[in-house]
Structure formats: C-alpha cells, structure tokens
Design a protein around this ligand. Structure first.
Ligand code: PMP
Length: 362
C-alpha cells in the first residue's frame, strides 16, 4: 500500500493571516560560545540548585491536585522583590513575560484593535499582536535608535493605538527610556501603555524604572521577567506590575492553572535566593561595558547599553559577519537590522572569545 501523503500546512484550513509564516525563534545551535538570546551565562549556583530541588520535591506528592490558580504566594514574593509599595494585588505572573504580554493583548487588543511599537524593538511584540488578531502599527525611533518625547507623542497621537509597547532598556538597541517619554505617552495614549522592562536589573545608574510612574496610572503596565538577571530562563517566569484592575482584566483571559505547581515552587525558591542569583549582574554589566569600550576603541559604532547585550555595527552585510563569527564558534544574533549585530554579555571568557573572533574577522 502507498504510504499516506504527508499533509503540509497549506493543506489545512489555517487562518489566512498565518498562511505562509514560519515559527519565530533564534537558531539553537550547539556551539561553544552562545551569545544570541540574552540569557544569563552563569549557571545556577549550587546552593540555589539544592534549594530549588527541595522546593520541587515538596510539591511532588500533591501533583494529583491543580496548583494555586492565582499564584498568590508567588505574587506576594514578587511584590516584595519589586518594592515601590506594591502588593500581591498589583502583581500577576505567567510563563515568561511573553505570556504576560500575550494575555495583555488578549484583554486589551484583539480583532478590530491595534497595538503600536517603536521599531527596532522586541520582535515578539508584533508576533504576539498577530497571534491575538491585534493589528500592528510600527512606529519609528530617531537617529541612534533614540526615542524623544516629541517623536513618541506625535506618532501615538496620529495612530491612536489601543495598546502601546515601550521597551526599556530596549531590545535590540540596549538603551533605557527617559521616564518623561513614558509619562508623555501615557498622557496622549487612548489605551494601555505597556513598558517591557525585561532587562531592568542591568540598567546603568541614573535610569528610572516605570514602576515609579505606576501610582495613579491604571492604564500603565510594567512587565518584568526572571529569564535574564535571575538566570531563570528555563524556569519560565514573567510577571507584571500594574493597577489591581489590570490584574483583574488578565484574569479574564488566562488559562486556569496556567502556572504549574512546579513553576511556582521553583520561582519562589529562586526569589528567596535572589542575592545569590542577582550576584552575577555586576560582572555581566562589567563585561557589557568592556564590549562597548573595546569596540569603540576599535572605531566601531556601538549603541549605548543598559542591558546585558550590545548592538554593534559590522560595516557591510551583517549576515556575512554573523556567519564569520559562527565559523569561529561564537553565536551572536542577527536581528534583521541592516549592518548591525547583537551580542549578549556573559562571562569574561565568553567576552574574550567574542572579541578574539571579531578581531579575526575585521
Ligand atoms: N521582553 C524582551 C524585551 C525580551 O528581550 C525578552 C526575551 N528575549 C522577553 C520580553 C521575554 O522573555 P521571557 O518570556 O523569557 O520572560
């Protein structure tokens, strides 16, 4: 008998707006130096491994039961970490800040509505819009990838989006936003304003988190993650801080029991050991500054960075430079920005390897 013909996506009655698309994702290649997804390169310290192991073990007997649907204890811990007078009511958690932002679009975007972002910014924002049927409105950043109050306000006024995404520090450019931009956008935006602060813990002194702007602004949402500074990317824990009404809104669209008992327990154990986990932040920032300084000494254009990565100009076709680095065992990110590449700041020896490979290719 003939083998059954394997169906392709095109054979399925898939949504028209998904037809012909490819799934998002950076290449996961097995190379010695992986600096392409802004992870924390430092492994989880042994005492924290043990603490998380114990916390998980304590949950196992009860895995016959559903977890706390509202993740109350975890949200209280997250509020304690953030400070700013925030409580459990202001916090919400999900499987990564990607899921948080998806829930925000499910609640405040959706068919017939729009979301706006200032590109280049985090490439998942338009993809989350697509997946939730939200129209996407790309807006521009200025020279050197900056975003001024006037530029931001003019574009929000013109497009009147239901959701505005701001990203601070911005991925892939690295620079934190002036809080005046957040305040000005809030003033003119007709809908929600989401500030994606995935990299907040790496900011240079003098930068201000939008958390400080939350009081009295129920249309403002700040999203954070444990994937970067906490080195907990594999644990999948993102969260938001906002007015309690926003938390009530996302509870309308979240799947019941979306956060497993194991995720909640592991994240709480990690938070309890935050000093050990966040202990790597200072050295990562030092590596970031070393990359910025060294590349500028070499005469290259480099964006200022408040994050754990650096955007640099390669001079020429960036995909060629990307491959040349990969050929030398160093994986960086081609974010599709003509002439530029992004490298994650990790350990000192990863910086050594990256700089040596880059020097060879110049
Ligand atoms: N926001 C930004 C700006 C990011 O760069 C990332 C990770 N690449 C995320 C959100 C999502 O991270 P996670 O879902 O792991 O929290």
């Amino acid at each position: 008998a003939d083998a059954p013909v394997r169906a392709s996506l095109d054979d399925l009655p898939i949504r028209d707006d998904l037809r012909g698309l490819r799934p998002y994702g950076a290449p996961q290649l097995d190379v010695p130096v992986r600096l392409n997804t802004n992870e924390n390169s430092h492994p989880v310290p042994e005492p924290v491994v043990e603490a998380i192991g114990k916390a998980l073990a304590a949950e196992l007997r009860d895995l016959n039961r559903y977890p706390d649907r509202d993740a109350v204890a975890l949200r209280a811990d997250l509020a304690g970490y953030l400070g700013h007078g925030l409580t459990v009511e202001h916090l919400w958690a999900a499987n990564g800040s990607n899921e948080i932002q998806q829930q925000l679009l499910q609640a405040f975007g959706g068919p017939g509505r729009t979301a706006l972002g200032f590109t280049p910014a985090y490439s998942m924002h338009p993809l989350l819009a697509l997946g939730t049927g939200t129209g996407w409105q790309p807006a521009r950043r200025g020279a050197d990838f900056g975003l001024t109050v006037d530029d931001a306000v003019a574009q929000v006024r013109e497009q009147r989006p239901d959701v505005v995404f701001l990203c601070s520090p911005n991925n892939p450019t690295g620079t934190a936003l002036d809080p005046e931009v957040v305040a000005a956008v809030l003033d003119v935006a007709p809908g929600m304003v989401v500030v994606d602060e995935a990299y907040a813990e790496f900011a240079r002194p003098g930068t201000v988190s939008a958390l400080a702007v939350l009081p009295g602004h129920p249309r403002l949402v700040v999203t954070r993650t444990m994937s970067k500074a906490f080195g907990f990317a594999g644990g999948r824990l993102g969260y938001l801080a906002a007015d309690p009404a926003v938390v009530a809104a996302v509870q309308l669209v979240r799947l019941p029991y979306h956060l497993s008992a194991l995720t909640q327990a592991a994240a709480r154990a990690a938070l309890a050991h935050r000093d050990a986990l966040l202990g790597t932040v200072a050295s990562i920032k030092a590596q970031r500054d070393r990359i910025v300084t060294t590349l500028r000494e070499w005469g290259m254009r480099v964006a200022d960075s408040d994050a754990n990565f650096v955007l640099f100009e390669v001079g020429g076709e960036q995909s060629v430079a990307w491959q040349a680095l990969l050929d030398r065992g160093v994986l960086v990110r081609d974010v599709g920005l003509a002439g530029w590449l992004r490298v994650t700041a990790g350990t000192a020896s990863e910086t050594d390897a990256f700089l040596a490979a880059l020097a060879e290719t110049r």
